[in-house]
Design a protein around this ligand. Structure first.
Ligand SMILES: NC(=O)c1ccc[n+]([C@@H]2O[C@H](COP(=O)([O-])OP(=O)(O)OC[C@H]3O[C@@H](n4cnc5c(N)ncnc54)[C@H](OP(=O)(O)O)[C@@H]3O)[C@@H](O)[C@H]2O)c1
Length: 261
């Protein structure tokens, strides 16, 4: 029971990777709050976790007042908040930069960047008051170098890495530390639809030197480690979690030369 009596809030924790994290924290003794926009998903989450120490809110991270109210509720119920996982995020419809619609660009920035900052500030203020807290943000591997078609998403995720540094610089003196994780392609969450087709799993696997996608359980283990006392000195950094995909070239020059070309 690594997180007994700890209070954890996971944005977008009603589905996908966030929900897997919620389950793991609950199993480790934590009290867990989550939020999401979809009312049915919130209700399903409450149903699934009936009898456990969980609270689920129908709240949009892009709406400051809704997040304020969720945070107030958490603190009123459990007295504090120890760990915030900034997990909620959306990807833009994949599109070349010259064709991205303004509303799609704005939606991604409003949720992934502005919404994540709102959650960080709202929960961070409570952590500053209690003089301790840990903030972990889920960025993305495309936040390092971008990728064709992912412009708004890449910018938003890159910004989370800088936000993490800034928070570490500003709030460590109050006992509040921060780090981020940059996953590659995970076999779950927003890829649930894609991975039903073997051709996509093959395609995405080949992009990593380990020749497979990342496991949801593997990512969850990393998050639990980063939230634990053992990882407290990891502050301001983004941990890459991509099976070696960053900088990996599928056909390196050496292979080309060795083929005698
Ligand atoms: N899966 C991957 O391979 C991968 C790789 C790199 C990074 N990530 C990041 O990991 C995080 C989780 O992704 P996932 O794969 O689990 O995706 P997912 O299955 O689509 O889940 C995203 C969650 O975020 C919530 N959400 C989205 N916008 C929200 C908003 N405005 N307010 C509150 N909740 C919101 C969604 O709930 P509602 O729709 O009900 O609001 C949902 O619960 C994201 O930040 C994503 O960018 C994922």
């Amino acid at each position: 029971m690594r997180f007994k009596e700890k209070v954890v809030f996971i944005t977008g924790g009603t589905k996908g990777l966030g929900k897997a994290m919620a389950k793991a924290f609950v199993d480790e003794g934590a009290k867990v709050g989550v939020n999401g926009r979809n009312k049915d998903a919130v209700a399903r989450f409450e149903d699934e976790f009936k009898g456990k120490d969980v609270l689920a809110f129908n709240a949009d991270i892009g709406k400051y007042e809704e997040m304020e109210s969720a945070a107030e509720n958490i603190v009123k119920t459990w007295g504090r908040v120890d760990i915030l996982i900034n997990n909620a995020g959306i990807v833009n419809p994949l599109m070349p930069a010259e064709k991205i619609k303004k509303e799609d660009f704005d939606r991604v920035i409003d949720i992934n960047l502005k919404g994540t900052f709102y959650a960080t500030q709202i929960f961070g203020k409570r952590m500053i008051e209690q003089k301790c807290g840990r903030i972990i943000s889920i960025a993305s591997q495309v936040g390092y170098f971008g990728e064709k078609g992912f412009l708004p998403y890449s910018i938003s995720k890159s910004s989370l890495m800088i936000m993490t540094r800034s928070i570490a610089h500003e709030w460590s003196r109050f006992g509040v530390t921060a780090c981020a994780v940059a996953p590659g392609f995970i076999k779950g969450g927003m890829n649930e639809g894609l991975i039903k087709k073997e051709v996509f799993v093959d395609f995405l696997s080949k992009r990593t030197p380990v020749n497979r996608m990342g496991g949801v359980d593997e990512l969850v283990s990393l998050i639990l480690f980063l939230a634990s006392e053992q990882a407290v000195y990891i502050n301001g950094d983004t941990i890459t979690f991509d099976g070696g995909m960053t900088g990996y070239t599928q056909e390196p020059l050496l292979d080309f030369i060795m083929k005698g070309r």
